[in-house]
Write a protein that binds this ligand. Structure first.
Ligand code: ADP
Length: 271
């Protein structure tokens, strides 16, 4: 049973390949980690392509994918499983982590720092040579098959001082660093994902680069590739570019009138 906000998705092997444009040699690195049964940590800002990368790798490696969006109420039982009452009987129900271990899936824990430390600790025996998941409530010890792989993601810039992974957890993962793609590639992604033409995609990405500089002026989150794709989607459906940028890029990023005003001025200069 998954609590609200904790989504589980499975991608069947053989499904159409998810579109993913590599930044560097992350595909080869991940393949090596998979073959060597190493857990992987994806570090990078929100909306820069981490989830899409895992979806692509799951497809490429022919593994099912189990995705868990972490939050601060996520308990070890939410991951491992619990007994449920059904027709006056108690029935064991695997959580997403146990289900992923059983089927040799890639288990992707998105925004793992959101989870409590006592929840994160249940991952430890899966990330060393033991590759086991002890299930205290049933007395079972699941051994991970070769296809199982643990992948976590987190955004190092976000709530940096408040939340961080413990060194004892970090050292169990190979880390792949993600950034927003270089302008030319980001424009390629935006065009491919939304259907807008190359010139519009290039202009949108150039605008995003200027808006990203607003971080120095107090903007908490900079416009991600995800926001650019969403904005481009509005443009491709006939919304005028300026309006699409106000609604898709400026408004979601700030409630501060002067910051939003300055960002809108940049939009007007771009389109
Ligand atoms: P994250 O998991 O880092 O928050 P996502 O993987 O959800 O971000 O990426 C957000 C969106 O940006 C994706 O849905 C996709 O449209 C686009 N995207 C970002 N990077 C890439 C890439 N390298 N190849 C293809 N699409 C990408």
């Amino acid at each position: 049973m998954n609590p609200p906000g904790n989504t589980v998705a499975r991608l069947a092997p053989g499904q159409q390949p998810p579109y993913y444009l590599p930044h560097g040699n992350e595909v080869q690195l991940f393949e090596q980690c998979h073959q060597n049964r190493l857990a992987v940590m994806l570090k990078g800002p929100t909306g820069c392509g981490k989830t899409r990368f895992v979806e692509y790798m799951a497809w490429k490696l022919g593994r099912p994918l189990v995705t868990v969006s972490c939050h601060d109420d996520l308990t070890a039982s939410d991951l491992i499983g619990r007994f449920l009452i059904r027709h006056n009987d108690t029935v064991w129900h695997d959580g997403p982590l146990a289900a992923a271990v059983r089927q040799g899936a890639i288990c992707y824990l998105d925004e793992v720092v959101e989870a409590r430390q006592d929840t994160i600790v249940v991952l430890h025996p899966l990330t060393d040579h033991r590759r086991i998941l002890p299930m205290d409530k049933t007395g079972e010890v699941l051994e991970a098959p070769p296809g199982f792989q643990l992948v976590i993601s987190y955004n190092p810039g976000y709530q940096r001082m408040l939340k961080d992974l413990k060194p004892s957890t970090r050292q169990r993962f190979v880390a792949l660093d993600f950034e927003f793609p270089p302008a030319e590639r980001e424009a390629q992604i935006v065009a491919a994902e939304s259907g807008i033409d190359a010139a519009q995609a290039t202009a949108l990405v150039a605008l995003a680069h200027k808006l990203r500089a607003f971080q120095d002026r107090g903007l908490a989150e900079v416009p991600s590739t995800r926001l650019l794709v969403a904005t481009a989607g509005l443009i491709s459906r006939g919304i005028p570019a300026r309006e699409a940028c106000y609604a898709g890029l400026v408004s979601p990023l700030s409630d501060d009138a002067s910051l939003a005003g300055a960002m809108r001025d940049l939009v007007d200069l771009s389109f």
